[in-house]
Design a protein. Structure first.
Lengths: 305, 305
């Protein structure tokens, strides 16, 4: 089914154009129409163009009428421009059927849109990192993206570590799914762009952050009351950090164990999301059901369950 | 004048005991009585003992009756235990004359004490980093610490960069001085331990943080309304970060320039504070006067100005 995919750069500048071109070629080979925003390769210091340029790119993506508006890459730049985004225009685009998709720095956009409009965006692949890879893009990522494109997706599932097995069934119904990159989300605490979600399901991932920093950020979410208001916390992948000799046994598991000791709600790990090849697509702001049976976890947003 | 100095470890574990012993020797050579907390060398993973141990150390420091309670080192560990601190006991110790002094991770303690009790603590040296150095400790740091010990200090001053020269005189009167380490302070936004200071003077420093992270944290303080409520922002040193090829001209100055464009209040740089040898001692929570004349900046907390 041919879809119109609009590619834009709201965060860091694209440095390797070949990666983007490879990604575009792949999407075209899948039969889609791919439109590149005029500022997709813009560069202003670290950024894909200055703040006005990136805001304009977001608003062009919203006006594009595309089925999907996908970022080239994350990086840094969105928290700076949150006050300048025209949220009603974005919400209107989403209502007309445009699905915004991305991750990492894009977390700022997604959660700000949720805070301001309740509209749903998608945490999922970025063009460069996911479709621009050399060799074949990840199969699960592609399958989830196809679901996103078709609008036929009903949910996603993964296998929990044995230690997290649940018998009997754990169920959380009709909860708002939200979250994304922990660093970006923590940097929104206390601002008008952090969604005030009660009874939600919060998912988190991060990259290049040492466990002590992950703990400090989780502590902020905890002490700000954010974690205590959720019905479940789903942890994706936390990758690419360097342990220190100073750690002496302090590791990611220490952080997760502590988090569990502080929360009444379940904290599940292994969500296939983050700065990893195998990533699912997750609707930020959607009402979802979470079900865990044995080691099988499901997040469902379709209408037939 | 002989003073009683109590040394304790509320954050990361001390790994190099020789540094601490050298610092103790120096303070003793200056004629002071130095008391080491029983858990000063405790080690639990990254921490100077588990949470209970470090809380007990803080409360022993508060009960010590010492003239000064000084940390061995910063690191990480205080944000975890903020809910467990008995703030009235700390405030009572301060009222009785104990001056708590430290920096970096200690920012969490200092600002939580201010938020909960209005009591004054000191941003200043840590025993290891400042008195435990090989060779002679920094002269200005020592002079400021002597002022702190004697209680005779009336303020501190520094020279601004030429571009920040003020003619005529800039004055901010009777403003609450607060702040410290930017990463630690940003991690307190949205929590009950961030002081709600209006019309204050906020000082900030950081280490190992790339300018884009510094900007992201400042943006959080800005978007949370914290910066807009201050009468001045004083920037100390931001040290020891690695620039990236990707920066393409994005640097600390870019961040400061942008901050200035977003704030009506003055943003002054060069405050001798941070992870550097030459550091002044600053009373967090005190009412101070800020005066700038030409390139000379003064923060005054004595009673004769």
């Amino acid at each position: 089914m041919k879809k119109h995919i609009y590619i834009f750069s709201p965060s860091s500048a694209v440095r390797d154009k070949a990666v983007i071109r490879r990604g575009v070629k792949r999407l075209k080979a899948l039969g889609h129409e791919v439109e590149l925003d005029e500022a997709v390769f813009a560069s202003h210091m670290r950024f894909a163009g200055d703040d006005e340029t990136r805001l304009a790119a977001i608003h062009r993506a919203a006006a594009s009428g595309a089925d999907v508006a996908m970022i080239t890459r994350g990086g840094y730049g969105l928290t700076r421009i949150l006050p300048g985004i025209r949220y009603p225009a974005v919400a209107k685009a989403i209502e007309r059927g445009t699905r915004f998709v991305g991750l990492s720095d894009f977390t700022a956009f997604q959660n700000a849109v949720l805070a301001k409009t309740d509209a749903v965006t998608w945490s999922g692949p970025a063009l460069g990192e996911d479709f621009g890879v050399e060799g074949e893009p990840d199969e699960i990522m592609q399958a989830c993206f196809e679901d996103l494109l078709s609008g036929q997706g009903e949910g996603t599932g993964w296998q929990l570590p044995a230690s997290e097995r649940r018998d009997p069934l754990l169920q959380v119904k009709q909860a708002t799914l939200w979250g994304g990159n922990l660093s970006v989300l923590a940097s929104m605490v206390g601002t008008p762009w952090l969604p005030q979600v009660t009874g939600g399901i919060l998912f988190l991932e991060d990259v290049h952050e040492h466990p002590y920093r992950i703990e400090r950020m989780l502590t902020q979410l905890l002490n700000a009351g954010v974690l205590g208001r959720q019905k479940a916390v789903l942890l994706g992948h936390f990758t690419n950090y360097k342990p220190y000799a100073h750690d002496k046994g302090f590791k990611l598991k220490t952080v997760v164990d502590r988090l569990r000791s502080q929360l009444k709600c379940p904290v599940l790990t292994g969500l296939p999301f983050g700065h990893v090849g195998t990533k699912v697509a997750l609707p930020v702001g959607a009402k979802v059901h979470l079900a865990v049976e044995g080691r099988d976890a499901f997040v469902l947003w379709g209408h037939r369950h």
